[in-house]
Design a protein around this ligand. Structure first.
Ligand code: NAP
Ligand code: ZN
Length: 345
């Protein structure tokens, strides 16, 4: 079927309306009528060429919420009318050790990402800034009805990307967790770590968003522009989740960890980093994490429904997308833009 969408025509060029063909619904597919699509900083990195050449035109969007419009003959887990979501991936081999382990995002045969990725049928995937999408049922999540659909869209990337390392590194009662950067991912990390029972500290460039940070669930808030922050908090945190989309002084942040403390990079910095004795001292761990597997994404959605957690969002019409990108780049987002797909119809 032919559907409306917004696409980046070339690297760094403004997004513009277009139409694309979605494949016919195969026996294992679900056709989703999209209601909302979140705007992730990864969309911007991709279309701006930060991550190398892309198969333009690219339709970004991997925080997708909608309702099931049609299912293939073999699909049993989703029914027409169900509220569903799609995150950063739409397929994987299903057979390698990582897929069998529930880590489809690390598929050894190559995860199929939601956009700009070679699909298993040889075509290129196109994402959620669109009215409809066809996705293999195994990569379609059930979204609990109690969640507001627009506020739930960012859970599909910002939510799972922060939930996975918080779980992996044991965020919970008695643990001190720092979140670096209070943007889309950062504000979800604060909400989730707080709901898990951890003591949460925001480390933001300035104190501009302090009131928000405390309202979102942080216990403490510090400005990283103040060098005193790094002396006052030395050796403090069990876990640091770094959501920053720019280069930061990794060694300075490592110095804030306890013995055996871990710093997890989820933000994608442009330059390679160099680490030194700050890693050896106190036996610290520096690691990274990319989104989360399908089963854990479902677990995260159910956790959010149980704790009544959604993103803080600003709903925009599709024609506001280029302005929204500028605002994300200026750290002027509170805290996720979400496209109302009805404005694409
Ligand atoms: P975002 O909303 O723009 O948030 C990033 C935050 O980083 C900003 O709000 C800002 O927070 C801080 N920041 C920005 N520039 C900075 C600078 N020069 N120095 C220090 N801090 C700075 O972006 P997002 O959507 O949350 O995504 C964040 C990063 O995660 C991006 O690189 C994205 O590609 C990546 N990502 C990774 C995964 C994964 O699977 N690992 C998934 C999704 C996204 P303050 O204003 O509070 O300082
Ligand atoms: Zn994302």
């Amino acid at each position: 079927m032919r559907v409306n969408a917004y696409a980046a025509p070339a690297a760094g060029r403004p997004l513009a309306p277009t139409t694309i063909e979605r494949r016919d619904v195969g026996p294992n597919d679900v056709l989703i009528a999209i209601q909302y699509a979140g705007v992730c900083h990864s969309d911007i990195h991709t279309v701006n060429g930060d991550w190398g050449p892309q198969p333009f035109p690219v339709i970004p969007g991997h925080e997708i919420i909608g309702t099931v419009a049609e299912v293939g003959a073999h699909v049993t887990r989703h029914r027409v009318g169900d509220r569903v979501g799609v995150g950063c991936m739409v397929n994987s081999c299903g057979e390698c050790a990582n897929c069998r382990n529930g880590d489809e995002q690390y598929c050894l045969d190559g995860t199929v990402f939601t956009y700009a990725s070679p699909d298993r049928d040889g075509t290129r995937t196109q994402g959620g800034y669109s009215t409809h999408i066809v996705v293999d049922a195994g990569f379609v999540l059930s979204v609990p009805d109690s969640l507001d659909p627009a506020a739930a869209a960012p859970l599909l990337c910002a939510g799972i990307t922060t939930y996975a390392p918080l779980r992996r590194w044991g965020a919970g009662p008695g643990k001190k967790v720092a979140v670096v950067g209070l943007g889309g991912l950062g504000h979800m990390a604060v909400k989730l770590a707080h709901a898990m029972g951890a003591e949460v500290t925001v480390l933001s460039q300035s104190l501009k968003k302090q009131e928000d940070g405390l309202r979102l669930g942080a216990d403490h808030y510090h400005a990283t522009s103040d060098p005193g922050t790094f002396t006052a908090l030395a050796g403090r945190f069990d876990l640091i989740v770094n959501t920053v989309s720019a280069d930061i002084d990794t060694n300075a942040y490592l110095g804030l960890l306890t013995v055996d403390g871990a710093m997890v990079n989820v933000g994608v910095a442009p330059s390679p980093m160099s680490v030194n004795g700050s890693l050896l001292g106190s036996r610290r761990v520096l690691t990274g994490s990319m989104v989360g597997g399908i089963a854990q994404t479902q677990e995260m959605l159910d956790f959010c429904a149980e704790h009544n957690i959604g993103a803080d969002i600003e709903v925009i019409s599709a024609d506001q997308i280029n302005e929204a990108y500028e605002r994300v780049l200026a750290s002027d987002v509170r805290y996720r833009f979400v496209i109302d797909a009805a404005t694409l119809a």
